[in-house]
Design a protein around this ligand. Structure first.
Ligand code: SAH
Ligand code: SF4
Length: 356
């Protein structure tokens, strides 16, 4: 069967190659990208500055196809979560509006193989990597939906902190990052796009040679013994190897000049004592970084508890006193299971406020 080519899978270079391969001039790639990413147009008939014969040709061989958003949940704090249908599998996209910015948290895989014990995505089976069109499609549709919502800021920031480990889907993620940041794509500054990773060392090395993008490392523990227990990937790439790789990454990166983000979940009586904070200070002393403490978000059947607020404050003050910029992440969208680590891709009938 003949499959039409989905143009949402191409960054600018690949789009140009595609146009040349069908005997057309490569500048048509720029024109089509502007229609897709600046005017959010998926109908070749409406691309009026493109000659009619080319439009007909494109209609015959290609398509602009995004995944479908099939359900939407509103949080009382303004966060919106969309359930996205990916060929009958489900991922989630979360929009977090603030006064002057709108952050979109997107998924890169259906499920995750890495099985971090504190993460609900990790507790479900891995299904597959998302295609470029499925990663980019989340932004494309979310933009259209948000545009119709009154008084919501448009998307200014993207975080790859949804379902999946982005560095285990490196090729598609990199192509998607290029489309996000390209002037002819979504034209979002690379300073406003963050990739969060549990630390896949070889992929991090590769990434640093391909694209400069904001980096967040999910550290979550201050020593290997503890990290091995929480994040099985640490047995393959331990803390010192990971931090050495981050140091190399930083040497090549302009965007992370001020430092990367270290994500650290706060788990009651597990990683939240001042001894852990002391260890953290030691291992991070040569890594320009700011530390983002994340109050752990619960999900069903999990054995963890979130640290007490007072303990998070103590931990944070200790790090600040040692000279680290330290913030505590505000948990958004908990009532609709849209907060970090709560994304499962399961449509919950218990969540109020749902709306198709
Ligand atoms: N796989 C990537 C990105 C997705 S997870 C990564 O691990 O970095 C995004 C962030 O949410 C990561 O820092 C992750 O460790 C954190 N997270 C996972 N489960 C969580 C939970 N239950 N509560 C709070 N944060 C969680
Ligand atoms: Fe995967 Fe990240 Fe969850 Fe770990 S925290 S299981 S790497 S999504």
């Amino acid at each position: 069967m003949f499959h039409k080519i989905n143009l949402l899978n191409f960054d600018r270079l690949k789009m140009k190659e595609f146009f040349r391969s069908i005997g057309e001039k490569s500048f048509c790639a720029d024109q089509v990208m502007i229609w897709i990413y600046h005017y959010f147009c998926d109908d070749f008939n409406k691309m009026t500055n493109i000659k009619i014969t080319l439009r007909e040709k494109l209609k015959n061989i290609s398509i602009i196809k995004t995944p479908k958003f099939i359900k939407k949940y509103y949080s009382i704090d303004g966060t919106v979560k969309w359930i996205v249908n990916i060929n009958n599998h489900i991922v989630e996209t979360v929009y977090i509006p603030e006064k002057s910015r709108g952050t979109l948290c997107i998924s890169s895989q259906v499920g995750c193989v890495l099985n971090c014990h504190f993460c609900s995505t990790g507790q479900q089976k891995f299904n597959r990597n998302l295609l470029v069109s499925e990663i980019i499609g989340q932004i494309w549709i979310a933009h259209k939906k948000i545009n119709k919502m009154k008084n919501y800021p448009s998307i200014t920031n993207i975080v790859m902190m949804g379902m999946g480990e982005p560095l285990l889907n490196l090729n598609n993620v990199v192509t998607a990052l290029k489309i996000m940041s390209d002037n002819f794509g979504f034209n979002i500054s690379k300073k406003k796009i963050t990739i969060s990773t549990s630390g896949i060392v070889p992929a991090l090395n590769k990434l640093s040679n391909i694209i400069d993008i904001k980096l967040a490392i999910s550290l979550h523990a201050s020593n290997d013994e503890l990290r091995n227990k929480l994040m099985p990937i640490n047995k393959k790439y331990n803390i010192s190897l990971l931090l050495m790789t981050v140091t190399q990454f930083l040497k090549k990166s302009k965007i992370n000049k001020k430092g990367i983000t270290i994500e650290y979940i706060m788990l009651h009586n597990i990683n939240d004592t001042l001894l852990h904070a002391q260890e953290l200070v030691k291992i991070l002393k040569n890594i320009p970084s700011k530390i983002n403490l994340i109050p752990w978000n619960s999900f069903s059947n999990s054995k963890f508890l979130c640290s007490k607020f007072s303990q998070i404050q103590k931990f944070s003050n200790f790090l600040i006193n040692k000279g680290f910029i330290t913030t505590v992440r505000k948990s958004r969208g908990q009532d609709i299971h849209a907060a970090c680590g709560q994304l499962t891709g399961i449509i919950s009938h218990q969540i109020k406020n749902s709306n198709i």
